[in-house]
Structure formats: C-alpha cells, structure tokens
Design a protein around this ligand. Structure first.
Ligand SMILES: C[S@@+](CC[C@H](N)C(=O)[O-])C[C@H]1O[C@@H](n2cnc3c(N)ncnc32)[C@H](O)[C@@H]1O
Length: 249
C-alpha cells in the first residue's frame, strides 16, 4: 500500500498519539523495527495465514468453546459494558484483524473514533483491508504494555482475547487504565481458572509454562480495584471471564 494517503480517522488518531508514528500499509506504526517480546502463541498470531482465517474460522469456533457465547452475544455484552456514546473515543487493545474494533463503529458514530492497537503487522494489515476507509476507525502498531497515548485520552478501553498471550499482562492492564479519562469504562475478556482454591492455584501456576496464561478468577478484578477503579464486575462463563469497571470521576 505504498503511497496510500491517510484516511480522516488516521489523521485524527495521529493527533492523539504521544509519539511519532509512520504510516505503514494504512496503519500508524510507533514500533518500527522494535520487537514486542513474543511467546509461541504470539508468534502464531503474527503469522501471515492466521489473520486471513481468524475472524471467519478460528475465532468463532475457538471462542465459542472458550466462552460458551457466540460472537453476537459477546458483542452485545461488550457494548453494554463499555456504554459508549456517539462522539466518544474508544481504544481496542490487541485488536487482531480489527474484528473487535469494527464492532464498536455503530456506537462511536461518525464523530467518534474506534482505535485498534496491536503489535502484529500482519494482523493490522488485515484489519486495514477489512475496514471501510471512511469509517471512524484507525489502527496503531504498538505494544499494549507501552501505549503511545497520554494519560486520560480515551472514553473507553476494551481488550478481548489477548491478555493471556501477553508477556506482561498487568503492565498492559495498567496502561489501559492510565489512558482512560475520568468516568471512562474498561471491559476485558480473558481466561479464568475455576474450582476450589488449591486446584485454581495449581492450574494458574502450571499455565505459566503453557502458551496461554490462565488467570485466577479474582486476579483481574483485584488488579482493577487496586488501581482505584469502581463498579468492578465479573461474569464467568466456561473457561472465560469478562471483567468490566469504571474510572471514578
Ligand atoms: C486472539 S487475537 C484477539 C483479537 C481480537 N481482540 C479478538 O477478540 O478476536 C490476540 C491479539 O493480541 C495481540 N497481542 C499479543 N500481545 C500483544 C502486545 N503485547 N501488544 C499488542 N498486541 C498484542 C496479538 O498480536 C493478536 O493480534
């Protein structure tokens, strides 16, 4: 896509960035040659094949098993938890091929902005390809643990299906909270260890060696409360937890 001009949404997101970015294949890249630490699962996410089959094949099958919810139900719940008004800016961290970012377009409306952030160039290239150029959507290549936005920049943040892949998930969670405006909402979908405490402890510890990290049922809610968020809620289904909260103000 060499020589492609910036869409209006890309120009608006560039104005929100706290660091310089280069337009690459239709998304803004703040990482350049810098690499985000990668697990084996994360390397699969960065392959050329997975972004092509992710949204239509991989995700519906695997996420149904993981959450026992279909994508439409998951989107409905997410939009309710994020409670986005027209004109607001929402950040979708670890957006993959943009499926979770595009699901927010109707809520932000033409005057709002949905920004997808991911560290994978192949995922972002697919996201740009799948997104109509005039939509209020733009993508940024960055590390979730080092978001290139100033404090209190966005009205809502989502992070779906990704925290368990990240090298430092709690650093990412703190970054998401940092960029939330007072009154801003966050919704996270990730893994959940269930059962009696000794079993949970063992499975959480064992998962440190596995490609996907398992979070204890209380781990994410505790981190959000410790960071000062309020209205912290958790919904556990199958092997997943959907956690939401609000920044006071
Ligand atoms: C399974 S996809 C999730 C895509 C979408 N959010 C969804 O729910 O379908 C996980 C994404 O997390 C991204 N990711 C993993 N670690 C990351 C990090 N440290 N910073 C940014 N993105 C990351 C991967 O590149 C991948 O695109």
């Amino acid at each position: 896509m060499a020589g492609v001009t910036e869409s209006a949404a890309v120009t608006r997101v560039r104005a929100l960035l706290a660091e310089p970015a280069t337009l690459v294949d239709g998304y803004l890249d703040v990482l350049g040659a810098e690499r985000v630490p990668q697990s084996t699962a994360q390397r699969v996410m960065g392959s050329t094949l997975l972004p092509k089959i992710y949204e239509r094949l991989w995700r519906p099958v695997l996420f149904f098993g993981f959450t026992m919810r279909n994508t439409a139900d998951e989107d409905r719940l997410k939009r309710r938890l994020l409670d986005i008004s027209a004109g607001e800016a929402v950040l979708d961290v670890a957006c993959g091929p943009g499926n979770t970012t595009r699901s927010l377009v109707g809520d932000v409306g033409a005057d709002g902005l949905a920004v997808g952030v991911d560290s994978s160039a192949t995922m972002l290239a697919q996201a740009v390809e799948e997104t109509p150029r005039d939509d209020p959507v733009a993508y940024v290549r960055a590390d979730g643990a080092d978001l290139p936005f100033a404090d209190a920049t966005v009205d809502a943040v989502s992070c779906y299906g990704a925290l368990y892949l990240m090298d430092d998930p709690f650093a990412s969670l703190h970054e998401m909270i940092r960029v939330l405006k007072p009154g801003g909402r966050i919704a996270v979908l990730t893994t959940c260890a269930r059962g009696p405490e000794p079993v949970r402890r063992l499975s959480v510890a064992a998962s440190q060696l596995a490609p996907l990290r398992l979070f204890d049922v209380h781990e994410i809610t505790m981190a959000l409360r410790a960071a000062g968020l309020v209205d912290v809620q958790r919904r556990v289904t199958a092997a997943s937890q959907t956690v939401s909260a609000r920044r006071p103000g």
